[in-house]
Design a binder for this molecule. Sequence first.
Ligand code: EPZ
Length: 430
Amino acid sequence: MRYVMKGGNPLVGEVVIGGAKNAALGILAAAIMTDETVVIDNLPDVRDINVLLEAIRDIGAVVERLDRHTVKINARCIGSVTVNNEFIKRIRASYYLLGALLGKYRRASVALPGGCNIGSRPIDQHLKGFRALGASTVVEYGMVNADAARLRGGHVYLDVVSVGATINIMLAAALADGSTIIENAAKEPHVVDVASMLNSMGANIKGAGTDVIRISGVSKLHGTEYSIIPDQIEAGTYMVAAAITKGDVTVRNVIPKHLEAITSKLMEMGCEISEFDDAVRVVAKNRMSHTKVKTLPYPGFPTDMQPQISVALALACGTSIVTESIFENRFKYMDELARMGANAKVEGNIAVIDGVGRFTGAEVCAPDLRAGAALVLAGLAADGCSVVEDVEYIMRGYECFVEKLHELGAEIRLVDTDKEIQKYKLSLIS
Ligand code: EPZ
């Protein structure tokens, strides 16, 4: 699948942001920790979420979709704690089922998630946390196995700030006997959202959003109805889309506080940004100016926004420096961006980007989810037509990406064959 687009239109108008994918993945895992019914809404309709729902159904939970963004889950009839279907290996967040099943059933066996294109993605901190709770963990035959005769509260000091490990340990600790402390915890909004969901189920978690989280284990969790926070990264992506196309876009259904690092960086680059209760408006009349960016755990500049802001800097005036401090291989897309005329030099985890006056349309491949979205933004700013291949990556985390961009005035379409691309290009000329 690929997107074909013709660049040059400033994006103007309003876009509504969906639920946070990276909160939803932990929240869906939490939902199976009770035998009562859980209703979750503001769920993004994206591939990673739908794959996790399939995996939850596969082990015996009843999963009913009430509408496109609402599911009802009852996990009373879970018959297996082994999650090993083909598709689950393709999403990393399957590992949250480890923490959820270990917490509820004292044992779990989940297919080891592969690495992906941005780095090796180890899970040593997750396993360290489970062991601190008294579980034994074994990785064999491509499976991660965890079990505990007794799951008791423990003290975990994370060697590296890890969103996944923080959420996974919180899941298991919620039903452990006694209290758990997680130090050097991740503070992302989606960590807070999973903690809030667990607390709405009767868990006792304090300090989420700070680097010390205290969990007092409870004997059982009850059903709940929960609505997921808006997606900080989807919102940031459309904010940069406005900036890079010299547009005027109001991004609705957001929590402005979650976007502060992105807002301040775009303002440094010359955007005018107005904040409202649940919206931000980005106006970019002139060419962006260069700046420095370093990705950091929240509340620093998010690594998931690094490709998008780097693409905007590649069209800014002056030389910018972007340092990727979270993942070891997150600049792969720069080779693709060079095909559009970008001028960047990557040394290890630092990119030195000399802004150019314009991009020209080209055929590029999406190497991963966020870089794929960034390459689409580049195509929308480029002169002429561009094609972005492997857009299945983008569909993992962006609901209705083409429709939302089209609403904002972008010339973009999802196509499958070369013939469709030719037809689209001809339609632009006529
Ligand atoms: C989550 O990944 C997100 N994914 C990622 O978003 C995001 O980039 C990342 O957090 C950082 O914010 C989901 O939430 C599903 P980490 P996660 O554990 O939890 C190292 C997207 O585009 N580490 O915070 O896997 C790791 O290698 C995706 O939506 C260990 O060394 O990230 C990395 O360098 C891409 N050992 C750093 O920590 C571990 O046990 C941060 O990783 C775990 C992580």
